[in-house]
Design a protein around this ligand. Sequence first.
Ligand code: NAD
Length: 298
Amino acid sequence: MKIAFIGLGNMGGPMALNLRKAGHSLSAFDLSTEACKKFAAEGLPIAASAADTVAGAEVVISMLPASAHVEGLYLGGDGKPGLLEHIAPGTLVIDSSTIAAATSRKVAEAAGKRGIAVIDAPVSGGTGGAIAGTLTFMVGGSAQDLERARPVLEKMGANIFHAGDAGAGQTAKICNNMLLGILMIGTSEALALGVANGLDPKVLSEIMRRSSGGNWALEKYNPMPGVMETSPASKNYAGGFGTDLMLKDLGLSQENATAVRAATPLGGMARNLYAAHSLAGHGALDFSSVIKLVQKAG
Ligand code: NAD
């Protein structure tokens, strides 16, 4: 299958590599020349522009930071045409970015008018899941379009869920990430408390992992440096899932909560804590660095 892949960041790069490894014919693009160089060196064919990537593609996949990037790419703006004008009718677009459900619906509607199918398919599983091809996809769109996408999604993920119509994948994703954001802060607090009392963070992590406090952060993404060799915490919080991306997701869940009059007190508090952490200059660090807010300095 001919696949165009746009957005070769921490997630998109490894996802595109898995499609290439699975034998698909790929054309990839990122606005960052650094990202293009990095993945060209790993064997991804890089196109000169987004418009060039989609020429002849049967499936277009995007993995961009936020709503504005996705809307700008597909619908254009400031007098610039959107990519939808270059995509052939009949093509399937899979947007895996985490963005506002309303933006997913807007793009899907505009694409539908041109005979292009769109599903929102945000992911969970982190950069580890992107590299291993074990991501969870939460899909919004028609069941028929999901079935068209399934063979491609299966090469990048282990779990594929149909959440509902266009935008529903995004809603599921922001509920999940609100929970993750809260869990990471709670896990950080508990670890910092134990360490302040002289406990070994490795021992405490293992105790809680196997007890009723066990959760994904303790299982796969420990926020304390040195506890887990593969976690961003042990790499000076480089790579992984940026604090500013978590802040964006918690902003989306709070906007959504306001719209439907839901009560999300811990989600609101978590958003404010990540905002403070970002304002302190840590926006580009992995979100597990939020532990710095509750850790003893030095
Ligand atoms: P990233 O910032 O590492 O990568 C995004 C890439 O998109 C960058 O390389 C950027 O140059 C590129 N880009 C932006 N606008 C573009 C455009 N118009 N055309 C081409 N390229 C463009 O982000 P990431 O960590 O890969 O995350 C991508 C999305 O996945 C986000 O919505 C994020 O919330 C979500 N997500 C991330 C993780 C994670 O662990 N990092 C996990 C699940 C979901």
